[in-house]
Design a protein around this ligand. Structure first.
Ligand SMILES: Nc1ncnc2c1ncn2[C@@H]1O[C@H](COP(=O)(O)OP(=O)(O)OP(=O)(O)O)[C@@H](O)[C@H]1O
Ligand SMILES: [Mg+2]
Length: 385
């Protein structure tokens, strides 16, 4: 393409025309970075030298006059509605199945080659919607994308936005989108359903409808090359009008066997029990989310370290897994008797009477009592966790 950095130059021009020095300097900085990456060191240095001379006091005064100084704040609670982070490249560990990784790769390619695609009239707005059950890595994926693109991640707390006075929400939204437009960044609308599901909510329908409309207008008003990622647990609650605004859509499923294998292996590392049957672990953890697997590893690893053990106890690992899955399925496990009976149900072979007695540090006779649910035994046994 004739001029590879046209989009940055146009942004710098936009900033100048709107008397928005922050926007101009931000994009000039990005242009310098891109030139440097392309080997144009001298040009990059000249831009940076110019930036160093920029009258920052004037830029800040302009920003303050427009009320966009610093991060946008919810005028009701005074809480910052945006959280800014800069995840360093290669600092985020993300486990993805092949299909999901390929789709995220497509999105990254579209971002990186936006100008070229746009010139050929083949660009889609850079909008990615990630949906899936809790703990499947949606937030982690947004952080990873920002780290790969080496851009700051501006996370919008949709709950703060919505919990502010409803009448103010539209104004807050405007501020957030204004802020994102002024600088190279990834705008991340986390827990997006808090805004998007507004129509089905029990609150004042008319007021909430306005929020949805304001959201759609804000998305539409944003230049197509501003990167927006939204994450939602409840894709069914999202308005179809919102879906249409996101040409890139990725579902984050619960991890499949290959992904579980990958997660257990990396997370357990040298703490993996020596006698572990990996296939059983992979089979038995069907239905567990990435977050659940991570939590089980952390809990069991901590226990091993505090007990000065070089490895995690195998039965302890399976016990935690079984209990976490029971909780995720909504089973109530209140007493130690419930625990023992559930473990027997879950895998009678792994949790033999003898093994349970060792694990709970009580006699096999007492375990038998618990399994039978003998009255009065429930409260007798306590166990350090
Ligand atoms: N696919 C994954 N790759 C890497 N880490 C993961 C993955 N899935 C879950 N995790 C880990 O689990 C934890 C929760 O993940 P994350 O916050 O991304 O989930 P989420 O899908 O955003 O959940 P929620 O819907 O509850 O917000 C993180 O600490 C993350 O490290
Ligand atoms: Mg999340």
């Amino acid at each position: 393409m004739a001029f590879p950095h046209l989009s940055e130059v146009l942004k710098i021009l936009d900033g100048a025309l709107k008397s928005n020095a922050t926007m101009s300097t931000n994009y000039a900085g990005l242009l310098a970075d891109k030139l440097e990456q392309a080997g144009e060191r001298e040009e990059a240095a000249r831009i940076r030298e110019r930036l160093a001379r920029a009258p920052t006091a004037i830029a800040h005064a302009q920003d303050a006059a427009r009320g966009t100084f610093g991060l946008p704040v919810d005028s009701d609670s005074r809480l910052e509605t945006i959280d800014e982070s800069r995840p360093a490249k290669d600092s985020i560990r993300l486990h993805l199945s092949g299909g999901t990784a390929a789709r995220i790769g497509d999105f990254l390619e579209s971002v990186r080659h936006y100008d070229q695609l746009r010139a050929a009239k083949a660009a889609s707005p850079l909008r990615l919607l990630i949906f899936g059950q809790p703990g499947t890595g949606k937030t982690q994926t947004a952080r990873w994308v920002a780290s790969e693109l080496q851009l700051p991640l501006l996370t919008v707390r949709c709950d703060t936005l919505i919990s502010s006075l409803l009448g103010q929400t539209s104004k807050n939204l405007r501020r957030v989108f204004d802020h994102a437009e002024q600088r190279p960044c990834v705008l991340f609308l986390d827990e997006f359903d808090a805004l998007g599901s507004a129509r089905g909510n029990e609150r004042d329908v008319g007021e909430l409808q306005r929020v949805v409309i304001a959201l759609l207008q804000n998305i539409d008003a944003l230049p197509e090359n501003v990167i927006v990622i939204a994450a939602s647990n409840h894709e069914k609650l999202l308005d179809p009008a919102i879906w249409r605004r996101f040409p890139f859509q990725i579902s984050m499923p619960l991890p499949d066997p290959a992904l579980r294998d990958d997660m257990w292996t990396t997370l357990l590392g040298q703490y993996a029990p020596a006698d572990l049957d990996w296939n059983t672990l992979i089979d038995k953890s069907a239905g567990a989310s990435g977050a659940l697997i991570e939590q089980i590893v952390l809990d069991t690893k901590r226990k091993a370290i505090l007990n000065a053990k070089p490895q995690i106890d195998k039965s302890e690992l399976f016990r935690r897994l079984a209990l976490a899955l029971a909780l995720a399925q909504g089973r109530s496990i209140a007493s130690i008797g419930d625990e023992v009976r559930w473990l027997r149900d879950w895998d009678a072979k792994a949790f033999s009477i003898r093994e349970l007695a060792r694990l709970y540090n009580i006699s096999t006779r007492q375990i038998n009592h618990l399994i039978r649910g003998d009255h009065g035994d429930e409260g007798k046994y306590t166990r350090a966790r």
